[in-house]
Design a protein around this ligand. Structure first.
Ligand SMILES: *[C@@H]1O[C@H](CO)[C@@H](O)[C@H](O)[C@H]1NC(C)=O
Ligand SMILES: *[C@@H]1O[C@H](CO)[C@@H](O)[C@H](O)[C@H]1NC(C)=O
Ligand SMILES: *[C@@H]1O[C@H](CO)[C@@H](O)[C@H](O)[C@H]1NC(C)=O
Ligand SMILES: *[C@@H]1O[C@H](CO)[C@@H](O)[C@H](O)[C@H]1NC(C)=O
Ligand SMILES: *[C@@H]1O[C@H](CO)[C@@H](O)[C@H](O)[C@H]1NC(C)=O
Ligand SMILES: *[C@@H]1O[C@H](CO)[C@@H](O)[C@H](O)[C@H]1NC(C)=O
Length: 412
């Protein structure tokens, strides 16, 4: 429930400091794919400060449409990309929700989610964990989420599992950004190290992790230490407190829905998911993040994290990529019989410019199997494996993003 809790908290203090710099650009293309760029409201960064917030009811293509791609990044108030070593985009999440306006008008501060119904993706983590439709972080600029034609994520219809009285489809964007200008340890601040953020374990607001189990008593870093108002340790004597206005820029490619479009299911497979069974029914326990503490492991050069996740419903693999963090070596998705379904390689930056920052995993590769050539059976038990450098790392994530078609058109 972490995410929803955060939505609750954030909506209490909807940020109205800045003017919106929302504008958009539409480009037509011969096959009717439209591309529009949107911006969230601006928000303010300050050296060392953590910024966490949710933008409700953001701009999005309306009507019955199929989304082909959504790419996002952090930009300054003039729309210029900001490099990761100045402002680390820990994550952005795009989440779909439905609202009953009559009900939400009656919401009050103690129940700001009243009147909203959050719609998760097709993945199976418990409750609303990993429920987003799109979202990446450090890897946002170079990881493609582009779906091949004619496959789309279908939106603008009322899903059967959303109660009827929640009738208006809306979208929210949740972000966590750490301004690392002037900090003592850029890598540590990016990994939300509790000591650098001056959060003592007794001060943690949550003592339970996302999966409901207690946080380890030696929890050293991760999302629970990147609190909304945290300040990461600055270099001694650094006192340039320049504020900076920024925004999330997001570009969406989509088509009006018609018979030619093929809908996909979207699953996030989390390497921290520990599946237990109640009879044959799988119960998921996704922790979202994990840490590597080499003193405790002893696996040599690599840290290997692996789990088995059963897919209740199968289909044809159309596109696969992964959300990765710096330190990643590679990630592999295997079928139950051991066949390799997809191997993901990171893209590491080699320069200074945004999208190519040296030392950061700025993206991940993807797999586009020929539609119909690679299938997952109903109930198939997949294996997810993430290999990292065996170095002290906190707040690490390993999530496969899997797009499946349940029915392929005969023409393919
Ligand atoms: C945080 O703590 C509350 C109260 O103990 C709990 O209900 C909630 O699930 C926790 N949120 C998480 C795991 O983010
Ligand atoms: C508003 O808050 C009060 C007290 O906190 C609560 O009893 C009431 O149910 C809330 N109403 C709504 C619509 O959330
Ligand atoms: C919204 O909720 C109210 C109160 O539950 C209900 O009376 C109304 O019919 C709902 N609106 C729609 C459009 O279903
Ligand atoms: C296990 O499944 C049974 C039968 O479907 C159900 O009654 C029970 O509540 C489930 N237990 C848990 C812990 O989910
Ligand atoms: C991933 O990296 C490990 C360690 O270098 C290597 O042994 C393995 O072959 C790699 N896997 C793939 C699929 O490239
Ligand atoms: C999936 O594989 C794991 C490890 O081999 C096993 O423990 C689990 O029972 C399997 N689940 C199913 C549904 O086959």
């Amino acid at each position: 429930m972490k995410f929803i809790c955060e939505v609750v908290i954030l909506s209490l203090s909807i940020i109205v400091i800045q003017s919106s710099i929302t504008f958009s650009r539409e480009l037509g293309s011969p096959n009717h794919i439209k591309t529009t760029t949107f911006y969230t409201k601006t928000f303010v960064l300050e050296p060392g400060k953590v910024s966490r917030q949710t933008f409700f009811d953001v701009e999005f293509p309306r009507g019955h449409v199929g989304i082909k791609n959504l790419q996002a990044e952090l930009v300054d108030e003039h729309g210029n990309s900001i490099p990761l070593y100045e402002a680390y985009l820990h994550h952005y999440f795009v989440l779909r929700y439905f609202e009953n306006i009559t009900m939400s008008q009656h919401a009050n501060k103690s129940q700001p989610n009243y009147g909203k119904y959050f719609k998760r993706n097709d993945g199976a983590c418990q409750t609303f964990v990993n429920s987003i439709s799109w979202g990446l972080g450090v890897d946002a600029r170079r990881t493609s989420t582009e779906l091949p034609d004619p496959f789309r994520v279908e939106v603008g219809t009322h899903p059967e599992d959303v109660p009827k009285e929640y009738d208006e489809e809306k979208w929210l964007i949740n972000i966590l950004v750490i301004d690392t200008r002037g900090v003592e340890d850029k890598k540590g601040c990016s990994q939300c190290r509790c000591d650098l953020l001056d959060v003592k374990s007794k001060d943690l607001t949550n003592t339970t992790g996302v999966d409901g189990t207690p946080l380890p008593s030696d929890y050293k870093g991760g999302i629970f230490c990147c609190e909304k108002k945290s300040q990461c340790k600055l270099q001694q004597g650094y006192n340039e407190k320049q504020k900076r206005k920024v925004a999330i820029k997001y570009t969406i490619s989509w088509v009006e829905w018609d018979q030619q479009q093929v809908p996909l299911k979207f699953y996030i497979l989390d390497v921290t998911d520990q599946v237990t069974y109640n009879g044959s029914e799988p119960i998921h326990h996704c922790a979202v993040e994990y840490s590597i503490n080499p003193e405790k492991t002893d696996e040599g050069h690599y840290h290997i994290k692996k789990t088995n996740i059963p897919m209740t419903k199968g289909g044809s693999l159309i596109y696969i990529t992964a959300h990765v963090h710096s330190g990643i070596v590679n990630a592999t998705l295997y079928g139950e019989d051991g066949r390799r379904l997809c191997e993901i390689k990171p893209i590491y930056g080699t320069g200074k410019e945004a999208g190519n920052e040296e030392g950061y995993a700025v993206g991940a590769s993807g797999c586009y199997p020929k539609p119909g050539s690679m299938k997952i059976k109903d109930g198939e038990n997949l294996t997810v494996e993430f290999i990292h450098e065996n170095k002290y790392t906190t707040g690490l994530m390993g999530h496969f993003y899997v797009y499946l078609a349940e029915d392929l058109p005969k023409s393919l």
